[in-house]
Design a protein around this ligand. Structure first.
Ligand code: ADP
Length: 499
């Protein structure tokens, strides 16, 4: 595979941030980890160390939670009006807009993703999230309730912020995951301890600066960089955290649930997926080819919604496979900072080993590697966009989440929609599915039959701040975005008055 290895220079703003001595944000101050530990941050395209960040652990989490508790119980955040809160959350969106190019560069460098996608996808998506969620701050109304008890009653509900929230996020969309978590929690009036992924802490730290610039009071947002087993675990089990919001692997999701049992904190989970993309014979095939290829290759396949199981009706199977192969061939692989690159490296060595291991396993189990399968021949965690054909339900590559640019294609010849849905539902996950057809009845009947939290018709990897997002089955608990996410960050209090 040819990899465009040239690494363009950073803008002076991004370079300046990178050179800083990075600290934790606790109670409005930038501080070193109590232990004094730091760990290196790597550019996955070159394997060079680009920064060091504090290795926060339980001691730092304790301080951050205490600061968040103080800010929640006695700080200005609990007294500020919803309108003021809304303005601050909106301002954060504006600041992301102002520093969007710098944030996109930092994201491309830290995660490996193409800078063009980081700017158009991650940064824009984060701006939209803050702006959308700003509106919820002034709309968290209760209801008056008609009760049937004898006598005269005035019964009503109020929505109150859930309290101190721990947020643990992954490395695939570092800034956007921080925005998805912070924006609704801030709008609801919660205070927060955010732990970014150890692989990609940089944009969260830059966001911490913007949180301060936006005028968020001290202690309301605390950011602790560190490892999952130390900082993450300490946050998940902390007795003074009221709620944990987690995005990551299903395996760690289970650990979060266990850790939360001590004080029965509220938990929301956005976990793995093995999403089907189903192409019916009447689909607009040009659209389906481009769409299903993007469904798996976007972000190097490191999307929890990635369309990793591609089902094509047998009458269009050959056309779809050759079309997706052709799309794979068009992708320019290289350093994410190069604006002409479409596919960067995977995020880490561990991820590279995992994905290449799956490709080998698939080959060993009889899948045909139609295109791809190779890795870079120099530095960097590059993997070619890969199409595995002749796959079947018993293969590990079809059952398990690969989290890389690897699609498993299968054909079907059933006309009966229940049978087609059975293939789609033959997974322990249920995050997203896409249906490619021109037939409205087929599209919406399939939407009903598929057990997944999000269904896309003639698109994939769709998202919008107003569109609830989350999974059925082992893809998670609860929904992010839309009005549904506000349920996670508020408690309902019922009040009954005998008149
Ligand atoms: P991946 O396997 O794709 O790296 P993870 O689910 O391990 O994804 O990571 C997602 C987030 O969960 C990261 O911020 C990571 O540090 C954190 N994490 C990992 N292990 C734990 C744990 N035992 N407790 C709490 N958080 C964890």
């Amino acid at each position: 595979m040819t990899v465009a290895i040239e690494k363009p220079a950073l803008s002076s703003a991004a370079a300046k941030f990178l050179q800083k001595e990075h600290k934790l944000l606790i109670d409005g101050r930038w501080v070193a980890a109590k232990s004094g530990e730091t760990f290196p941050v790597e550019d996955p395209a070159t394997e060079e160390t680009i920064a060091h960040v504090p290795g926060g652990d339980k001691a730092d989490i304790d301080l951050a939670v205490a600061a968040a508790r103080r800010a929640f119980e006695t700080g200005p955040w609990s007294r500020i009006s919803p309108g003021e809160r809304s303005k601050i959350v909106w301002r954060l969106g504006d600041l992301l807009e102002r520093y969007g190019d710098e944030l996109a560069e930092l994201e491309a460098l830290d995660n490996g993703k193409p800078v063009t996608n980081a700017r158009r996808g991650d940064v824009e998506g984060s701006i939209d999230m803050f702006h959308y969620m700003a509106g919820w701050a002034t709309r968290l109304n209760g209801e008056t309730i008609q009760v049937s008890s004898p006598g005269n009653w005035h019964a009503y509900t109020v929505r109150e912020p859930v309290g101190v929230v721990g947020q643990i996020i992954p490395w695939n969309f570092p800034l956007m995951m921080a925005a998805w978590k912070l924006a609704p929690a801030l709008a609801a009036g919660c205070t927060i301890v955010l732990k970014p992924a150890e692989q990609t802490p940089l944009t969260a730290l830059r966001l911490g600066e913007l949180v301060q610039e936006a005028g968020v009071p001290d202690g309301v947002v605390n950011i602790v960089t560190g490892f999952g087993e130390t900082a993450g675990a300490a946050l998940a089990e902390h007795p003074d955290v009221d709620k944990i919001a987690f995005t990551g692997s299903t395996e760690v999701g289970r650990l979060i649930v266990k850790a939360s049992a001590g004080n029965l904190k509220r938990v929301s989970l956005e976990l793995g997926g093995k999403s089907p993309a189903i192409v019916f014979p009447d689909a607009d095939l040009d659209l389906a080819i481009v769409g299903t290829a993007a469904a798996i290759f976007y972000n190097q396949g490191q999307c929890c919604t990635a369309g990793s199981r591609l089902f094509a009706h047998k009458s269009v199977y050959d056309r779809i496979v050759s079309g997706v192969v052709e799309e794979a061939g068009k992708l320019k692989v290289g350093h994410g900072l190069d604006p002409t690159v479409n596919l960067g490296p995977l995020v880490s060595k561990e991820q590279h080993e995992r994905v290449t291991g799956y490709i080998q396993a698939g080959h060993g189990e009889g899948a045909e590697v139609v295109v791809g399968g190779k890795t870079g021949n120099g530095h960097g965690y590059f993997v070619e966009p890969t199409v595995l054909a002749k796959t079947n339900r018993d293969m590990r590559v079809v059952r398990e989440e690969i989290f890389g640019p690897v699609v498993c294609v299968q054909s079907f010849d059933d006309e009966d929609l229940d049978s087609v849905a059975k293939f789609a539902n033959d997974t322990e996950y249920g995050l997203q599915a896409s249906v490619w057809t021109r037939n409205l009845k087929v599209a919406h009947m399939m939407a009903r039959k598929i057990k997944a939290g999000t269904i896309c018709i003639n698109t994939h990897n769709y998202g919008d701040p107003a569109w609830p997002f989350g999974g059925y089955k082992q893809s998670g608990w609860g929904r992010e975005m839309g009005k549904e996410v506000m349920e996670h960050y508020t408690e309902t209090k019922s009040v009954a008055a005998r008149l």
